[in-house]
Design a protein around this ligand. Structure first.
Ligand code: GLN
Length: 482
């Protein structure tokens, strides 16, 4: 699947230089999606007509000598939990099966402002709850590297679409690892920016204190390019960062990383970590040392306890966010009911899937009077401790390095019936969301079976540039063909 791949960077340059047209690019990508997606299942909606119309507009701008954006003619796909004006946005749930938003999420608006072409909406775990994309109400997505395996989740469709060269870039959302873990499983780059750096206006909320939107791509350069396009202050998102934004990331890639201080928490190498992943990460450490970085083992004692705090907090927030789906205002409505209570009960029972119901029950319980202190408050206190430990590390180090996932991509159906096993796939990623810092997953090797291994680099708040520089230097050094 390598031969016809072109990066977003090369596409936009080529279009601006009139080497090919946006329509040609979009047509060839639509053709590829039609050929490949029957097998992979990355898309829920393809917007062929809209995409071609957008491409024509880009071509007209160019032939008219008007300026074009930095993503001119680049086909991009969006996880189906971000609102797209006039295009079905389902969250992979029966609840929103027919929902057509009357507006664009800010990130979609920003991509359009840069002349990107929105080609479709990608599959995901229902309401972004899951680690395998098997919780979609509509279809499963297969891992393009081995179609008997899951692509990870919850942004599995966005990761698989990039891995299968159906589009060079996509957007995903990450509440506890949903960009980084599928990026690791599919052998692509996935970046979760700092909480607040990218607007979440128009993102259908899961855990509001954790959710963040970010890009998938095959190269670090493309993720940097996407971040430049989507970041920025937004009046419509009250958590939007109000400070100075880094103007360009792409300009500063390629700088050497001599003297960069990297911390490796020993807690990341605990029981449950796959041996081949551990070996790949050790190799990567050597590579960073070869590039002139100074790597030390450190301790992040709270790292191992993040999972329980995350599931309390994210489920509590989800139970509140999902209360709006009552069968009345919008979304699915049950056919048979005799009174309003029954209408709400039946609509929610019929339209939410098992995992979503499990989270609502867990969250409602954790927030109920009498248990609030014992669960929710305790989890919040833990979050503070964890934040403190990260701050301590970043006082002496530029980055934290470790595996993205403790396990290799597992077989479809393998962990489905055991939620705890599924939750464990996020043990290294969720702590990052609890603290709100940025992190990237980049391919760092392959298992003996040829499955991709992901490396996670975590930075301090607003440390995206540092992360991207280190990831880029590493990528250029190892030159992994995936
Ligand atoms: N897999 C985690 C969960 O199920 C993370 C999901 C996400 O980041 N959206 O909650």
């Amino acid at each position: 699947m390598q031969s016809d791949y072109m990066s977003a960077w090369d596409i936009s340059k080529g279009i601006a230089e009139k080497k090919f047209s946006a329509v040609e690019i979009v047509e060839s990508h639509i053709k590829r999606i039609k050929e490949r997606d029957g097998e992979i299942g990355a898309f829920l909606t393809l917007c062929e007509d809209e995409a071609l119309a957008q491409a024509r507009e880009v071509d007209e701008k160019i032939s008219g000598g008007r300026p074009v954006g930095r993503l001119a003619g680049v086909p991009a796909a969006i996880k189906d939990n971000m609102c797209t004006d006039g295009i079905r946005t389902t969250c992979a749930s029966k609840m929103l099966e027919d929902f057509i938003p009357p507006y664009n999420a800010t990130v979609v608006e920003r991509l359009l402002d840069e002349d990107a072409v929105i080609i479709g909406k990608t599959n995901m775990d229902e309401f972004a709850m899951g680690s395998s994309t098997e919780n979609s109400a509509f279809r499963i997505t297969k891992n393009p590297r081995d179609i008997t395996r899951v692509p990870g989740g919850s942004s599995g469709g966005s990761a698989a679409a990039v891995a299968a060269d159906m589009v060079p870039v996509t957007l995903g959302s990450d509440t506890g690892g949903s960009i980084r873990q599928p990026a690791a499983f599919c052998g692509v780059v996935g970046l979760k920016p700092t909480y607040g750096l990218v607007s979440r206006y128009g993102l259908i909320a899961f855990g509001s204190s954790l959710d963040q939107i970010g890009p998938f791509s095959k190269t670090v350069l493309d993720s940097a390019l996407m971040l430049e396009a989507i970041q920025g202050k937004d009046e419509r998102d009250s958590t939007s960062y109000r400070g100075e934004y880094q103007k360009s990331y792409t300009d500063s890639l390629g700088k050497d990383i001599k003297g960069m201080r990297i911390a490796v928490p020993k807690e990341f190498f605990m029981d449950g970590l796959d041996d081949e992943i551990a070996a790949s990460v050790q190799e990567s450490i050597k590579c960073f040392e070869g590039l002139g970085a100074k790597v030390d083992e450190i301790s992040l004692p709270a790292a191992g306890d993040g999972l329980s705090a995350y599931y309390i907090i994210s489920s509590a927030e989800a139970s509140s966010n999902l209360a709006r789906y009552d069968g009345i205002r919008y979304g699915y409505r049950a056919k048979d009911y005799t009174n309003i209570d029954e209408l709400m009960e039946m609509s929610r029972s019929e339209a939410f899937g098992t995992e979503v119901k499990r989270r609502i029950m867990l969250g409602t319980y954790a927030l109920s009077s009498g248990y609030y202190d014992e669960y929710y408050n305790r989890a919040q206190k833990f979050r503070k401790v964890l934040k403190g430990q990260f701050e301590d590390v970043f006082r002496s180090y530029d980055l934290i390095l470790g595996p993205t996932s403790p396990v290799l991509p597992f077989k479809i159906g393998e962990r489905n019936s055991d939620p705890l096993q599924m939750y464990l796939a996020d043990v290294y990623t969720i702590i990052v969301n609890l603290v709100g810092v940025p992190a990237i997953s980049i391919p760092c090797g392959r298992s003996t079976e040829g499955l991709p291994v992901g490396l996670q680099l975590i930075g301090p708040h607003y440390g995206e540039l540092r992360i991207l520089q280190a990831a880029h230097a590493f990528e250029q050094e190892i030159k992994l063909e995936l």
